[in-house]
Design a protein around this ligand. Structure first.
Ligand SMILES: Cc1cc2nc3c(=O)[nH]c(=O)nc-3n(C[C@H](O)[C@H](O)[C@H](O)COP(=O)(O)OP(=O)(O)OC[C@H]3O[C@@H](n4cnc5c(N)ncnc54)[C@H](O)[C@@H]3O)c2cc1C
Length: 410
């Protein structure tokens, strides 16, 4: 069976390997000069290649279409990924949050071992070869088009990635291939990205990192989610681990109806915080609010919290009224922020949306519309939280497609 794999990223390399192991004649077409440009920048250059949890727990970290992914994740789980790389000789380690990395801390090793494995089973690579389109005959894939030449193949696996970090080669070509074959593309949105905020106050807070805060997301006044963790103020608004997670949960919603609310003192109840404020006030009755609050808040936040509470920073604490104190408490327990937009694709870790999974066989990743055409990895409408889940999805779907193509079928 002649198999073309379009894209030498995580899903393409795994699909090519699995198809070649089955005895197929596999050629990878990659528009870059080398494999896995995106893999190089994953996990801050260390590549968090999977998450060592059970398939069940894994699927709880999938944001879009976990049901569609169930079979692929059980068939090629994070355990399988760990064993696969260990058997190739790449030693792995598991860190906080079950995140798995190469012991070498080098993302380039993941690409190197995957590419070596592909070569060892006879996969051929064509670099600097951009695929421009597909030819379909009688609802069956027949050729790929490269430099205006039609090259015939029995099977074509599209592994072109999403739209995020386009400099790595993921520029959304696979969506065009899919649409040209009659597939529908679910709305494409940046995911695992920062959020632009309404207003200007955050420019004063730029660089402030908040640890152990509670962030609650409201949609149209109703609570959507409450999470604990770390976040960061930036020149555009907010980012950091908590915000990346939130971005994936809200990116398909009307952002005008979203309110984010930070509890700056999540360890204290309202009563406990009020007692604490009263204690601080009584210890320094003649000091100003701006000075006394230094014991309770990071310096850069004091001005904004006071502004929201309607209290002048020069006011002596013994002159602060009860209603002002309660307003201060509210500003600290509910520091509200309105979202204006998501950051753009070139800063998003993944793309949500993509080839509609209803049109793809979940066991094989084969198109239900076009015979011999497969979609794997981020080009599909699947995405997950940070922690190694997205690469594992690429490996699992790539394996499902490649492994389903049996050489003797022809
Ligand atoms: C900064 C950053 C850090 C990340 N860190 C992690 C992490 O630590 N752990 C994790 O699980 N996930 C991480 N991710 C997400 C993860 O990298 C992706 O989800 C995953 O790489 C997707 O794999 P893929 O094979 O679907 O696509 P890609 O890796 O994007 O590969 C697609 C390939 O197809 C090629 N291509 C595209 N169009 C064509 C064409 N027309 N012809 C030929 N070739 C083509 C591209 O050049 C590219 O090489 C990170 C992402 C980013 C941006």
């Amino acid at each position: 069976m002649k198999v073309a794999v379009i894209g030498a990223g995580a899903s393409g390399l795994m699909a090519a390997y699995a198809a070649a192991v089955n005895g197929n004649d596999v050629t990878v077409f990659e528009k870059n000069e080398k494999c896995g440009k995106k893999i190089y920048i994953t996990g801050k250059g260390r590549c968090n290649l999977t998450n060592a949890v059970s398939p069940q727990e894994f699927l709880q970290n999938v944001v879009s279409n976990s049901k569609f992914l169930t079979g692929a994740i059980y068939s090629f789980s994070s355990d399988d990924t760990v064993n696969f790389f260990e058997n190739l000789g790449l030693h792995l380690k598991t860190e906080r949050g079950n995140r798995v990395f190469p012991v070498s801390d080098k993302a380039s090793d993941v690409t190197k071992y995957l590419e070596k494995a592909c070569i060892s089973v006879g996969v051929k690579f064509n670099f600097n070869k951009k695929v421009d389109g597909l030819t379909i005959l009688n609802s069956t894939v027949s050729d790929i088009i490269v430099n205006n030449n039609k090259i015939p193949f029995d099977k074509v696996i599209v592994c072109t990635g999403g739209l995020s970090y386009p400099l790595t080669g993921s520029t959304g070509d696979g969506y065009k291939f899919a649409e040209s074959c009659g597939h529908t593309i679910v709305d494409l949105k940046p995911a695992l990205c920062g959020l632009n905020l309404k207003g200007k106050y955050f420019s004063e807070l730029q660089g402030l990192s908040l640890k152990n805060v509670k962030l609650t997301v409201y949609y149209d006044g109703k609570m959507l989610k409450s999470l604990f963790g770390e976040m960061l103020f930036t020149h555009f608004g907010v980012s950091g681990p908590l915000i990346l997670t939130i971005s994936s949960l809200i990116n398909r919603l009307d952002l005008n109806k979203i309110k984010l609310s930070i509890d700056l003192k999540p360890a204290l109840s309202d009563e406990q915080l009020d007692e604490r404020i009263l204690r601080d006030f009584s210890q320094s009755p003649n000091k100003t609010m701006a000075v006394v609050l230094k014991g309770l808040l990071p310096s850069s936040l004091i001005g904004e919290v006071l502004k929201r509470s309607g209290i002048n920073g020069d006011k002596k604490v013994n002159a602060v009224s009860k209603s002002e104190r309660l307003s201060l408490l509210t500003s600290m327990k509910s520091f509200d922020m309105l979202v204006s937009s998501l950051r753009q694709f070139d800063e998003a870790i993944v793309t949500s949306g993509g080839v509609n999974v209803k049109e793809v066989n979940p066991k094989t990743m084969e198109s239900k519309l076009i015979k011999g055409l497969y979609f794997c990895g981020e080009v599909l409408d699947v995405d997950a939280f940070t922690g190694g889940f997205n690469l594992q999805i690429a490996f699992s779907t790539g394996f499902a497609a490649g492994n389903s193509i049996k050489a003797e079928e022809i």
